[in-house]
Design a protein around this ligand. Structure first.
Ligand code: ZN
Length: 79
């Protein structure tokens, strides 16, 4: 068995993905919030701190989403 540590709550769980099953819906919600915000602000390049205060998503989670494969808005995020 392979244990993973949840990137959101820090608990250990057995399944694939960066977060545990109970955090998966929260993660999905944050990602869609972030994507919506970036879609609405395509002319802007923002830092993780600015994105965090604009969307209410924790900075560490934004950094994690941006680093994920397939993140479409990399150009809009200043790292
Ligand atoms: Zn969790």
């Amino acid at each position: 068995m392979n244990f993973n540590k949840c990137a959101r709550c820090g608990c250990f769980y057995v399944s694939d993905g960066a977060v545990c099953p109970s955090c998966t819906p929260k993660d999905k919600c944050d990602i869609s919030k972030l994507n919506t915000f970036l879609t609405d602000n395509t002319d802007q390049v923002l830092t993780v701190t600015e994105l965090s205060s604009a969307t209410g998503i924790a900075k560490k989670n934004i950094s994690r989403y941006v680093a994920q494969k397939g993140f479409e808005y990399k150009k809009q995020v200043k790292l």
